[in-house]
Design a protein around this ligand. Sequence first.
Ligand SMILES: [Zn+2]
Length: 217
Amino acid sequence: MSDAGAEAETDYHEREQHVLNLFTRHKRKLQFLAVSRCAHDDRLLAGVCRFSDSLWGWHAGSRLSPSASRTEIGSWHLDLHVDEELSPDAYEQADQLADEVLGEATRFENPASVVKVHSILHDSSFQVGPWRGYRHALQFFCNGLPLFAYTSCKCRRAYQVQMLALAHAGIRADVTSSLDSWNVEALPVKGFLKRGAPQRSAYRFTSEGVQVVLDER
Ligand SMILES: [Zn+2]
């Protein structure tokens, strides 16, 4: 890497840390363009704000007890199946995923992270900085962001935050100068397992790829 490239990377990293600090320390004072909250206690799980340089997304990360860690990580895989399809193989794969994600650790911990969202055009297409949140083998990414990012609230309820949809919502709120923050529903992880439970996914999967479908307010 050239000196200029290394310098730019250091600058970017410093800015990232600064923005992470702003979110960590001053969340309550920030004006959010888009948010995902815990349905139980309204705690913020993820959000998008405009800062002087760009839009930035923030994700709360997660922290779980050792036993909940295996169950929850396994559910990332099991959630992909409808109940009828759950075979011994599926459970075995879920177990393998838990081994892969946890490694030597006993509990799943994933610190809060931020991601820069560069809005390019007013049609909601955008580029993002590197995703520093957790990545795992079965996670789908589009436009550099995970469709679903696992998050645990302090009340111990677990959610999949629709991170790509949140960035789209933030950009839309920004270009329309909306005063209210856009709410993108966080999907309860346990809710996935209930047969017939509605999943308010913000995504439509088509032959063209993933489309983000935001509820009009
Ligand atoms: Zn909560």
